[in-house]
Write a protein that binds this ligand. Sequence first.
Ligand code: PHE
Length: 451
Amino acid sequence: MKNNEGGFTSSFGAIAAAAGSAIGLGNIWRFPYTAGANGGGAFLLLYIVFVFLIGVPIMMSELTIGRRSGQNAVGAFRVLSPRQRGWMLVGFWGVLTTFFIYSFYSVITGWTLDYVVLSCSGGLSGKTPEEVSAVFREFSSGSFWPIFYQIIFMAITVAVIMMGVQKGIEKSSKILMPVLFLLMVALCIRAVTLPGAGEGLSFLFKPDFSKVDGKAVLDALGQAMFSLSIGLGVLITYGSYVRKQDNLFRSSIIIASTDTLIAVMAGVAIFPAVFAFGQDPTSGPSLVYETLPNVFNSMPGGIAFSIAFFVLLSIAALTSTVSMLEAIVLFVMQEFKLKRVTAAVLCTLATLVLGILCTLSFGPLKEVTFLGKTIFDILDTLTATYMLPLGALAIVIFMGWFYPKKEVLDEVTNQHTLKAGFFKAYYFIMRYVAPVALLCVLVAGIVASFR
Ligand code: PHE
């Protein structure tokens, strides 16, 4: 039961869309501060191992499940496992996770948009670090403006979704991803030519293994899954649009490599500048918003770079929010038989409600906490540390132990027209390596949170 809209028209379109999903705030906002908090180089190494050892096989599995079934995350399991309907729960879990992630993610997208405007209007330039922090705190703890920008960003996202898979998602990704890459190259060149860049680069690339503890391992895996958009069925959804003749193994490698490249480039663009201007690399989620403007202020041509950076961040975020909303929308469209436009509006309104609560958790609802965490922090940790690994574990068990091996082989080799040299390794990882690794991480995560 293919959806009747038609999917991606080319292999490049599919890769651009999936890479667009993967490359987002996760690479440019979350990766640098998570790496910063976990010691830099050693974290990067750990991260890369997780991306290629576990991430790529899971990504390929999701694309396979999607393409084989032609369905949203829930429908996919119904089609592939018609007798054991319980697997559909994995799909529901994924849609719920996506809903949570989109809600808190949209807060940061709103900030980003505000920073584009601030950079253009010179609202950040000529300020001392204290004043820059004050601008950030005042803005993020408010109600009207952060919600205003959040709504604008969600409106742009839903507009792309309403244009459909080919004219909306595929077309925008094909244009925006190359632009993003060029902007990133420009920023990197600027950063590494700053005096004193070496210190930042060695922070990022020189592994200090004394910094690697259980938390770093946990953070690295969570970050890898978040950044690759895996474990929640978003790539099942995109997989359902991938052409039958595309090579899923090759695509997965390209998507994961580009995603990792952009994360590393974000580190290269950010850390040298942070060190060159004496800022703190471990300052956390506000690194990009409180630290970087100082960096831009103290370099020649800073305003142009500031605008370029926040535009880049917005582009990266948009192709990601589009993929999240699409996953929820396709689920609603197929399962409740609604039109694309209706589903898109309903899903956006639902996310907006939770999204606004997340925005307010930086201001008026700051005191509303659970185990010391605000609504935003709860959703961030809950999804990246627990829901994604659990969702991924279920997907891995489905592919490695439940879905017939013959069918998997059939789909990933395009009915045996492609060589399958990778298949043995892939299947071994899906059966043994990935489940054990995910289980360890999950247990460690749960234990750590109760200590
Ligand atoms: N991968 C995206 C990023 O790095 C975030 C994302 C997570 C997108 C889950 C879709 C699904 O920003």
